[in-house]
Design a binder for this molecule. Structure first.
Ligand code: C5P
Length: 275
């Protein structure tokens, strides 16, 4: 059995630069990953199987629409390998929430199948499959801090310190396409220069205003996060609605998590660290 972690991704900054003719947007983003997320378990078997377990299993539909099975099928088509596989997705990340859950699951499936088939993880064919599955899948396949350009698939590595981070989601799913469609088409400029923290601190998430318009609960999340003791930066990730708060000290992150869980027990709250 292969157990492959599918960590949550965050966009510490996300600058939307232009709308393209193909309906996608040119962006510049700082992708980071955290220590926690979903898990994909793969077992070679006698017939194909796919099951979803875990706290957010109910948030996903049937097999046909799952990025895990699409990744499996794309891998098979590209590499011509068809051995039956039993796949179990342990779903801990909220669905449609801006932290790349589905993309991380697809990327973990590709990594696990590559390991099973002795395909190198830096094989260009894997990246090609990833880009076809979704804009965030190449970054999730790399699984490390990256600057992303283009749709998010043109990647260059950068380092980030392992800061404590708190993720909070108010329990509303938002459509990525709808949030991008709400962008006001004003280019507010490139990512700032500097190291990853400088980019995060001096950057923005241009999808925050349209996401807040669609899901006002994001306002309440950010209002609580910005007033936490010791918070360095609070911002929405991706197209939302999950927001993050970076801290210097794990104690401050833990205290903020405790306070938010008490005030808003219905929200999802994950205390973790940048990986
Ligand atoms: O690539 P992915 O399928 O994850 O994108 C979902 C939707 O988000 C796209 O259909 C598009 O509407 C929007 N999107 C975009 N520009 C990007 C990435 C995503 O407009 N760079």
């Amino acid at each position: 059995m292969i157990v492959e972690p599918a960590p949550a991704k965050l966009n510490l900054a996300l600058h939307v630069r232009a709308r393209r003719d193909d309906g996608y947007h040119e962006l510049e983003t700082l992708f980071v990953f955290v220590r926690d997320g979903d898990t994909v378990r793969l077992t070679a078997g006698t017939r194909d199987g796919f099951a979803i377990i875990g706290p957010f299993a109910g948030g996903l539909g049937g097999e046909g629409d799952n990025l895990v099975t699409r990744a499996r099928d794309a891998f098979r088509a590209e590499f011509g390998i068809g051995d039956p596989l039993s796949i179990v997705l342990d779903k801990h990340l909220p669905v449609a929430s801006g932290i790349g859950g589905g993309s991380a699951d697809a990327a973990a499936t590709l990594r696990a199948m590559a390991r099973l088939a002795d395909v190198a993880l830096d094989d260009a064919r894997l990246m090609k499959i990833a880009a076809a599955l979704g804009s965030d899948v190449p970054a999730c396949l790399a699984g490390r801090t990256m600057i992303g350009r283009g749709r998010g698939e043109r990647l260059s590595p950068i380092d980030v310190p392992p800061l404590p981070v708190l993720l909070v989601n108010p329990g509303v799913g938002v459509s990525t396409a709808a949030v991008f469609a709400g962008w006001d088409r004003i280019d507010r400029g490139a990512l700032p220069d500097g190291d990853a923290l400088a980019i995060a601190m001096n950057g923005r998430n241009d999808l925050e205003p349209p996401a807040r318009a669609l899901a006002p609960a994001i306002d309440a999340v950010l209002a609580l996060l910005v007033q936490a003791t010791g918070v360095r930066l609070a911002r929405m990730s991706g197209s939302g609605a999950t927001c993050f708060a970076l801290f210097d000290r794990a104690e401050d992150c833990a205290a903020a998590a405790t306070a938010i869980r008490a005030a808003r027990p219905e929200w999802w709250c994950l205390e973790t660290a940048l990986a």
